[in-house]
Design a protein around this ligand. Structure first.
Ligand SMILES: NC(=O)C1=CN([C@@H]2O[C@H](COP(=O)(O)OP(=O)(O)OC[C@H]3O[C@@H](n4cnc5c(N)ncnc54)[C@H](OP(=O)(O)O)[C@@H]3O)[C@@H](O)[C@H]2O)C=CC1
Ligand SMILES: O=C(O)[C@H](O)CS(=O)(=O)O
Length: 490
């Protein structure tokens, strides 16, 4: 493990992107009490920055400023708002390398993946800047001769955002882009593990001309307190959250008091089904992409791999061979494909799922052991059954558990046997089977003969306990608008 300190400023072309103060009401500020918290590089374990640790009072000021700034922002034309957002997009892409290094240093994903996330995150700003100009209303034939009916759509109000550590750039832009495009104010609280990417984003927002006070980033370790401020402050009209289903439940309960509109992108437990008529090499490629992207730390990662009996051994051997080519290491180093896990709790969860499987008779095909620090061997385990923890709990790490199945009905039944419903994947070539299975899977997203489904142009979101609402696509802006019916008597 690389043990020397991460001198992040030395790595950046523009060191001013490494901001450690909060961005509140258009000003860069410390916490009222001067409190800070450490940001750790998970690959090296060293402190890379100390960031302002805000409390409810500072967040309340950010919310009030957003409500005030909204008045002028909403009065500007959609085209004008779009031009400011386009400038922000351009600045994000011009600084992609630096933003990627900041992201890798605080989250751990390899630099190539981090730069990919910057482009993915920026794509939401580009997409919704364009969608701003397509917020159409409608006229309705009157129900009486003297009535003229219209429907207009207006910004919902100030938006509060809470996001996780695994995509510290894209999870924020997937929320703030439609909010700003719709004319809303935005106050975002990033995960305490990864505030630097959000603050760098705010540096560029300020440079792009996003009006002061409209957009704030409020880092804090006091997650519960800030969540309560978001749910109790009467100026907040919308709460958007990405993270675990457990936290989503807490926030939904809190939001009920003010009947606060919520969008929830929650946990997953994605099945990845390989039928005996699949292209096995393509299925292995798809499984590698879906399972090991971000070291297995995404909500749409394959969490359960079901393989039909006739191709089980061949698929298992091919997958193990591909996994053994992964290179685990510091994401800032050349050629590394797999970074560290985010923290010790994540390492313990992967170990727990492996030990539980082995105690039930499963067998390790490759990997299976923790490495130094927060690194873990990419792992394939065979002989997994529905009774094991990995069948119902999200691993969120580099574990590929292989289940054997006999029939199509059995595979679909097992795939659907979960409280989650975010993403599912399957590989098959028979058109009848493809049609039946894609319709039978109870998920918000289905990848057919592909392991990567994420794009800004399509609706991302889950059913059942994986969430509420959709992000991205032409649908993603709806959650930030209110519909108003006007009945005019002439
Ligand atoms: N559907 C999706 O797109 C995603 C789902 N997830 C799911 O989240 C889990 C892992 O991510 P993880 O970050 O640990 O999830 P958490 O739900 O613990 O954290 C997500 C965010 O919520 C904050 N938070 C935690 N508790 C509260 C609270 N009581 N009130 C307000 N905010 C709170 C966290 O703050 P802090 O970090 O400071 O604790 C963090 O910013 C996995 O189950 C994964 O599937 C993760 C990412 C994306
Ligand atoms: O948080 C996540 O896991 C992301 O939503 C996954 S994706 O959008 O990057 O696929």
């Amino acid at each position: 493990m690389n043990t020397h300190a991460t001198d992040l400023k030395m790595l950046l072309k523009d060191p001013s992107l490494l901001e450690t103060r909060a961005y509140v009401a258009g000003a860069w500020t410390d916490a009222d009490d001067g409190a800070t918290f450490d940001v750790i590089n998970p690959a090296r374990g060293d402190v890379i920055a100390r960031v302002a640790d805000l409390g409810r009072a500072e967040v309340a000021r950010a919310i009030s400023a957003a409500a005030e700034a909204m008045k002028a922002w909403t009065a500007r034309t959609a085209k004008d708002r779009a031009q400011v957002m386009r400038k922000w997009f351009d600045l994000m892409m011009e600084n992609q390398d630096d933003l990627g290094k900041i992201l890798t240093a605080e989250m751990g994903k390899p630099l190539a993946e981090a730069k990919g996330e910057i482009a993915y995150g920026a794509s939401f700003i580009e997409w919704f800047g364009e969608e701003a100009k397509r917020i159409y209303g409608e006229t309705i034939p009157g129900h009486m001769p003297d009535k003229r009916l219209t429907v207009i759509r207006q910004p919902i109000g100030v938006v509060a955002s809470i996001t996780p550590w695994n995509f510290p750039n894209a999870m924020i832009t997937r929320k703030c882009a439609p909010a700003l495009a719709a004319g809303c104010g935005f106050v975002g609280r990033p995960a305490s593990e990864t505030p630097l990417s959000a603050l760098a984003m705010a540096v560029l927002a300020e440079r792009a001309g996003i009006p002061k006070g409209l957009f704030s980033i409020v880092p804090s370790t006091k997650a519960s307190d800030i969540g309560k401020e978001f749910c109790e402050n009467p100026l907040i009209r919308k709460l958007t959250f990405t993270g675990s289903t457990n936290t989503g439940r807490i926030l939904l309960r809190q939001a009920a008091d003010q009947v606060l509109k919520c969008s929830m992108e929650l946990g997953g437990n994605a099945p990845f089904i390989v039928f005996d008529d699949a292209d096995l090499d393509a299925a292995v490629e798809g499984a590698m992409a879906s399972k090991f992207r971000n070291n297995g730390q995404t909500c749409v990662c394959a969490n359960r791999i079901y393989v039909q009996a006739g191709v089980y051994d061949a698929f298992a051997d091919k997958l193990a061979a591909a996994v053994e080519k992964l290179r685990v290491g510091d994401g800032l180093a050349e050629g590394v494909t797999t970074g560290p896990l985010i923290n010790e709790k994540a390492v313990e969860k992967v170990q727990d799922h492996i030990q539980d499987a082995l105690s039930g008779g499963a067998r390790i095909l490759t990997g299976g052991k923790p490495m130094e620090g927060l690194f873990f061997e990419p792992t394939v385990v065979t002989g997994i059954t529905q009774s094991m923890k990995v069948a119902t709990e999200e691993t969120f790490g580099p574990l590929a558990p292989l289940f054997r199945f006999e029939t199509e009905d059995e595979a679909v039944a097992h795939a659907n046997d979960t409280i989650f419903g975010l993403a599912a994947y399957f590989y098959a070539r028979d058109i009848g089977r493809v049609t039946r299975v894609q319709e039978a899977l109870e998920y918000g997203i289905v990848g057919v003969n592909t392991g990567i489904i994420s794009t800004e142009v399509a609706p991302f979101g889950g059913v059942k306990q994986s969430g509420l609402g959709r992000e991205g696509s032409r649908h993603g802006i709806e959650d930030y608008l209110e519909m108003k019916y006007i009945c005019l008597s002439v």
